[in-house]
Ligand binder design. Structure first.
Ligand code: ARG
Length: 462
């Protein structure tokens, strides 16, 4: 077995300081790339053979060696040594010690700079697919829950003040919409990153006749990057990926905030299943929505990664700089965190119950039907601005007399507006209003049912 030395040991005098070894290594983090690194190397070797830069026999030795190494890593038999800095060097060194001379040809026309850029893209493509699948599962959970509450009315809020009646299903479907945009953003990110940097070398390409299209095709890229300088320094897609994760986390955090509030004794709108709550070490009555609080709290880490990624990029001179090595910890942290939060959110959604009795018991509080009453007056020929004023006065009157709008007599209504007739009672009351919405996309019964049908077929086809 050839004793594996690092190739630059001829250039630098002596051994690196141990502190330097520990400081520059990324192996502990990027070993996660090993499959992608091996797949990328096999494609590169294949291309080298096609271009007659290595022989068929050398290609076979390289391929077999790399596959064996992959097996060893998968089975936990591979000894990772930090002195090889990163997964690229660790695998290459292992290959050389396994197959000797042929192994030394693998890196022909390649740099770790284009290699790492390739690995990240390959990893991210898969990671995006996984996150998209998790998003779809969460969307389905929301649609399923919405299906149980198409006729149940709850208050819709603006400024966290009661605004207009909405059906519970519409509220739940609003999250499906947000998640759909998250899905599309990830799809766009994946399309943009899906070009091959391999063959860009360190920064300027190579004088050897590399066939970049061949490696790109083998690796499932849609094409090759056009400019080698850009290709080795571009991490825009990493920032974009983390931003997409940050927005997913934001949406989940807002869901968490809603349900933390809705599950308080004060609201009592939802019951989070016991399996997702914890208790207190001191207060025996407690049932805390810790999983939701952590979904909200973990959002901070993703924002931190986004800020870190942007900051890594901002000061770099053109070309590859070692700063870029710091990208991985953030793309992994963002993807992992959001993946777990999506799973957790799905489990919670699937088991959450809306306390519809409690919600409807308080539904006539807060004049949710006031806007609908103004619109009723519009239907009777009153100008909206005037109707708005009339209803405002009626609400003030109700507050003084401690009544709901629906409890006013026809004579009381007509004191404020002659246009009011006996049919007014069909247009007020939260439940009536929720059944009367006619706008496309409104938060009413009909529209919610339509949206459920749309999402059911859309998500089933995915
Ligand atoms: N570990 C490095 C990274 O993650 C690989 C590229 C190092 N290239 C170099 N020329 N030092 O970015």
């Amino acid at each position: 077995m050839a004793k594996s030395k690092k190739s630059w040991e001829g250039r630098l005098a002596g051994q690196p300081d141990q502190m330097t070894v520990d400081f520059v290594e990324s192996l502990s983090i990027d070993k996660r790339f090993y499959k992608y690194d091996i797949v990328g190397s096999i494609a590169h070797a294949q291309m080298l053979a096609e271009q007659k830069l290595i022989t068929k026999a050398e290609l076979k030795a390289i391929k077999d060696g790399l596959l064996e190494i992959g097996q060893e890593i998968a089975e936990g038999r591979f000894k990772f040594d930090k002195k090889y800095e990163d997964i690229h060097m660790a695998i290459e060194a292992a290959l050389i010690s396994k197959i000797g001379e042929a192994g030394k040809k693998l890196h022909t026309g390649r740099s770790r700079n284009d290699q790492v850029a390739t690995d990240i893209r390959l990893w991210m493509r898969d990671e995006i697919e996984i996150l998209q699948a998790k998003i779809t599962l969460l969307q389905k959970a929301f649609v399923k829950l919405a299906g149980k509450y198409t006729e149940d009315v709850m208050p819709g809020y603006t400024h966290l003040q009661r605004a207009q009646p909405i059906v519970v299903a519409s509220y739940l479907l609003s999250f499906v919409e947000q998640l759909e945009r998250d899905f599309i953003r990830l799809k766009n990110c994946s399309e943009l990153l899906n070009v091959s940097p391999l063959g860009s070398g360190a920064v300027a390409g190579s004088t050897l006749p590399l066939d970049r299209k061949s490696t790109a095709k083998q690796l499932g890229f849609s094409g090759v990057t056009r400019n080698t300088i850009d290709a080795v320094s571009d991490r825009d897609f990493c920032a974009e990926f983390i931003f997409d994760c940050a927005l997913i986390a934001t949406g989940l955090s807002r869901l968490a905030e809603d349900w933390i509030i809705y599950s308080t004794s004060e609201f009592g709108f939802v019951r989070i299943d016991d399996s997702f709550c914890t208790s207190s070490s001191m207060m025996p009555q407690k049932r805390n929505p810790d999983t939701l609080e952590l979904i909200r709290g973990k959002t901070a880490l993703v924002y931190g990664s986004l800020m870190a990624m942007l900051t890594i990029l901002k000061g770099q001179p053109t070309g590859y700089n070692r700063d870029l090595q710091e990208d991985k910890i953030h793309i992994f942290a963002a993807g992992d965190t959001v993946g777990k939060s999506l799973d957790m959110a799905r489990a919670i959604v699937l088991h959450t119950k809306f306390n519809t009795k409690r919600i409807s018991a308080g539904l006539e509080e807060g004049f949710l039907d006031a806007t609908a009453l103004a619109e009723y007056l519009v239907g009777k020929g009153v100008a909206f601005r005037e109707a708005h004023g009339i209803v405002g006065s009626l609400v003030a009157y109700c507050e003084r007399t401690n009544k709901k709008l629906g409890e006013l007599g026809l004579d009381e209504f007509r004191k404020y507006c002659r246009a009011v007739e006996a049919d007014v009672y069909e247009s007020i009351g939260a439940a009536n209003v929720a059944n009367k919405y006619v706008t496309e996309g409104a938060a009413g019964v009909k529209q919610a049912k339509g949206q459920i049908a749309y999402w059911t077929s859309e998500l089933d086809a995915r």
